[in-house]
Design a protein around this ligand. Structure first.
Ligand code: SF4
Length: 498
């Protein structure tokens, strides 16, 4: 009889619920980086671990529950609720909750812990609403390991575990103290256990591979930092860390992981998941120098802010294999950006985009419609600015009050309608509900966003850029994408009631 598995990590998610038809061809399938990092931490402590990445291997919730209870039956099941970006944790809670409930129905003795950005933001509510034994209200690795220690010892008093919400005699017990964040990431959480992941199932976002659209796989995503020192009002990134913070793996550790990915899997497409990579000079240039020495033919994308892209970074980033920088532009309106704590001007935005492009790096411009001070006129200015900037790819989002963000606290206080179910927070979902503001209703914002998206991606100016930079095959790909419309319940309901 083999030893019982200590921890099974589950990455939840239903791509169709979140992306509708876009999940078939256009969206990415990313490795579950937080499940991987936590598995590494536990493995180093001596635990046996496994990972079930449900979206990657196409398992629906009933199958995940069956695999968890009948095949693995571990001491502890950890449902790690993260996504491609911090705000994507909430949208995966519907799937995570269903998986937890089905596991408990199949085996009431299974011990289930949930962790993730959403859980850190709403731990008590999650304990009340979800079929789980434990919720972690911080990052996770230490809490998960300490919970396992108590379970292994056969004890049922979890009061010594930091950041763990648990139940005693049917009552919810809150943790006495918070998990202390790891401060030596190289030593304590050195990368992802790639051997536990279905590496043949991952593929990059479509735009990430515009330079070689037929080679979106193999693909990897890694963290080189955790957290962000900024406080943008719509962002929930720091919920698991308790406050704005920034920790880094060393350049040597990051590049060692890339060495492995290149040698073992022939990886070319890499996402740096860090929401704020281009920030610390020593970190950025240290990684660039080591990658330049190796001269791999990489296609990396990473995040930057308009006000963190220094000229001294750009040449080295390009030589190191950074082909895309994603930049949060958000709005054309100074007033809307200021309200979101992004205090830089329009000239600075245009200048940054051009400097990045002139260095031979493509720009992914991110825009948000419907932030608190946004109006029809300002949304139109934002669309005009996106068309004018003509980035190599553009994301249009609607403002959402994600749990863990300042916007969520403001929305709760003002009583504005919030989505009824967690997957209604998905930007591309059928039932999504954006945040209304004093100028526009939720329906008006999503309608504007969807029409803006069509306007941009069917525009002659953008098509000409795509054909010139990436060729006719990518242009045909874009044209297929614009024929994959998103259905919106909010707009269909309006038609019915009009
Ligand atoms: S800079 Fe980016 S990651 Fe940091 S708080 Fe703002 S939106 Fe979030």
């Amino acid at each position: 009889m083999p030893d019982k598995l200590d921890i099974l990590f589950i990455n939840p998610g239903e791509p169709n619920q979140i992306y509708q038809g876009l999940s078939d061809e256009f969206c990415a399938f990313e490795p579950p980086v937080f499940s991987g990092l936590f598995a590494t931490y536990a493995r180093q402590k001596g635990a046996s671990v496994a990972i079930v990445d449900a979206p990657a291997i196409g398992l629906r919730a009933p199958q995940v529950a069956e695999v968890a209870t009948k095949i693995f039956d571990p001491t502890l099941i950890v449902i790690s609720v993260y996504g491609f970006q911090p705000s994507a944790s909430t949208q995966n809670m519907t799937s995570a909750g269903t998986i937890a409930r089905l596991i408990k129905e199949a085996n009431p003795r299974a011990r289930v812990l949930m962790t993730g950005t959403h859980l850190a933001a709403l731990p008590e509510r999650s304990m009340r609403e979800e079929a789980v034994d434990f919720v972690c209200d911080r990052e996770g690795p230490v809490t998960i390991w300490r919970t396992l220690e108590v379970l292994r010892a056969g004890r049922d008093d979890f009061s010594t575990v930091p950041s763990l919400w648990w139940r005693q005699d049917g009552r919810i017990v809150k943790p006495r103290e918070s998990e202390v964040l790891l401060d030596d990431l190289d030593r304590e959480m050195p990368g992802i256990p790639w051997d536990l992941l279905p590496m043949d199932r991952y593929r990059s976002h479509n735009w990430h591979a515009f330079d070689h659209i037929d080679d979106r796989a193999p693909y990897a995503a890694i963290h080189t930092t955790l957290g962000c020192p900024y406080r943008c009002s719509f962002c929930c990134i720091n919920a698991p860390f308790g406050k704005p913070s920034y920790r880094m793996w060393s350049p040597e550790a990051v590049v060692k992981e890339i060495d492995f990915l290149v040698a073992k899997y022939g990886i070319k497409n890499i996402k740096f998941v860090d929401e704020m990579f281009v920030l610390n000079k020593r970190h950025v240039l240290g990684i660039c120098d080591l990658l330049i020495e190796r001269n791999y033919d990489l296609n990396i994308w990473a995040y930057a802010r308009v006000d963190t892209v220094q000229d001294q970074f750009l040449d080295k980033l390009r030589k190191a294999g950074f082909r895309w920088l994603a930049i949060g532009i958000e709005s054309a309106s100074d007033m809307v950006r200021d309200g979101a704590q992004k205090k830089y001007g329009q000239e600075e935005i245009s200048d940054t985009v051009r400097r990045v492009q002139n260095a031979g790096i493509h720009v992914l411009g991110n825009f948000i419609f419907g932030l608190p001070d946004d109006s029809h006129e300002r949304m139109q200015q934002t669309l005009d600015m996106a068309i004018d900037l003509n980035c190599e790819f553009t994301n249009f989002y609607c403002a959402m009050a994600y749990p863990g963000s300042a916007l969520y606290t403001m929305a709760e206080q003002s009583g504005v309608a919030l989505p009824a179910k967690w997957h209604h927070y998905s930007q591309h979902g059928y039932e999504m509900l954006p945040l209304a503001n004093k100028h526009c209703s939720a329906a008006e914002i999503v309608k504007f966003r969807d029409e803006a998206w069509q306007t941009f991606f069917t525009g002659a100016r953008y098509h000409s850029l795509v054909e010139r930079k990436f060729g006719p095959k990518v242009l045909a790909h874009i044209q297929r994408m614009t024929k994959t419309p998103l259905r919106r319940k909010l707009l269909e309901d309006r038609l019915v009631t009009a």
